[in-house]
Design a protein around this ligand. Structure first.
Ligand SMILES: [Zn+2]
Length: 316
């Protein structure tokens, strides 16, 4: 798992975005973090690495040079920054973004090289488009990672499974013409973004759908992903479908989210498809509910990667 203190520290303390989520999830995972290189047991099976900043050439896999260079020079317009929304903006946003993107790329490289499950404890920045950021997303880590895997890591086919309550609009447009990359998005139809993109497969759900309908859609999404026969699964694991989320509207329980995670990890593990977990959205009030769901997500990932995941009960 990749993590950096700037994931929290690079965002202004007055920002509306709940920046404490990163440091607080890390605190929750502390009992599970291995001190040595080789994880000895399930109680200490998560290894934390600090990312290096992403290289410019990797950003260019999914983004226009003009946008990348203006961001790197700190010269985005007020309007562009407002659309991203991580305001008040700080100078650290540049370094934070490069580290966050670096974490995604390194987690992807690790999954491709060693198999199993890796994760970046941030990101899932699916609203970023080729030439502009949006909805708390500067660059699109899913699109960059997919294209890095296809172009540079000798991966033949990638599936992007986006289970965040918001549509993966930026990812869908960035990968629209890439046949080897399949994009599948399960989301609530009345949520942001109000103008949806077209993923390879969109599975929109009505507000207040709840656990059963959500998990049925997840199962369908998994069928679609694995029919693509991916050699790598990029999992946008946002937990903003939770009942108490302030921005989602799907009314999914904590248990429902746990079942979702098990369904994803079970399929991927059985088929030996490496998985990269991207954190995604989570804005519950109280924030503890979001932290609980992310703790579940990452500890379940650790269990499955140690061969100790448990098969979820059948949805239907
Ligand atoms: Zn979201």
């Amino acid at each position: 798992m990749w993590y950096h203190p700037l994931y929290t520290g690079g965002i202004h303390p007055d920002a509306r975005f709940p920046r404490d989520r990163y440091i607080r999830v890390l605190e929750r995972l502390t009992p599970f973090i291995s001190k040595s290189e080789e994880p000895a047991d399930l109680e200490a099976s998560i290894r934390i690495s600090n990312p290096k900043p992403i290289k410019r050439e990797h950003l260019l896999l999914a983004h226009d040079a003009e946008y990348v260079d203006r961001f790197l020079a700190g010269s985005l317009t007020e309007k562009e920054i407002r659309r991203i929304g991580l305001t008040p903006w700080t100078d650290d946003m540049i370094q934070r973004t490069l580290l966050l993107m670096g974490g995604a790329v390194e987690a992807t490289e690790h999954a491709v090289q060693f198999g199993g499950i890796s994760a970046n404890m941030a990101g899932g920045t699916h609203h970023a488009h080729r030439a502009f950021g949006s909805g708390y997303c500067v660059f699109n880590d899913l699109a960059v990672s997919a294209l890095h895997a296809l172009n540079n890591l000798n991966v033949g086919r990638v599936a992007v499974l986006d289970l965040d309550v918001h549509q993966g609009d930026g990812t869908a447009t960035a990968l629209q013409h890439v046949q080897e990359a399949l994009t599948v998005s399960v989301h609530c139809d009345v949520n942001f973004p109000f103008r949806k993109s077209i993923s390879d497969h969109d599975l929109p759900l009505a507000a207040e759908s709840g656990d059963m309908l959500y998990l049925e859609a997840v199962e369908e999404a998994l069928d679609l992903c694995f029919n693509h026969q991916p050699e790598l699964l990029l999992f946008q694991a946002g937990v903003d479908a939770l009942t108490t989320d302030a921005l989602g509207k799907l009314n999914v329980s904590r248990l429902g989210m746990k079942q979702r995670n098990d369904m994803v990890f079970e399929r991927a593990t059985k088929l030996k498809v490496p998985v990269v977990v991207f954190m995604g959205g989570g804005y519950a009030k109280p924030l503890d509910h979001t932290i609980d769901a992310f703790e579940d997500l990452f500890t379940q990932a650790a269990q499955w990667s140690m061969g100790q995941g448990s098969t979820p009960p059948h949805v239907r």
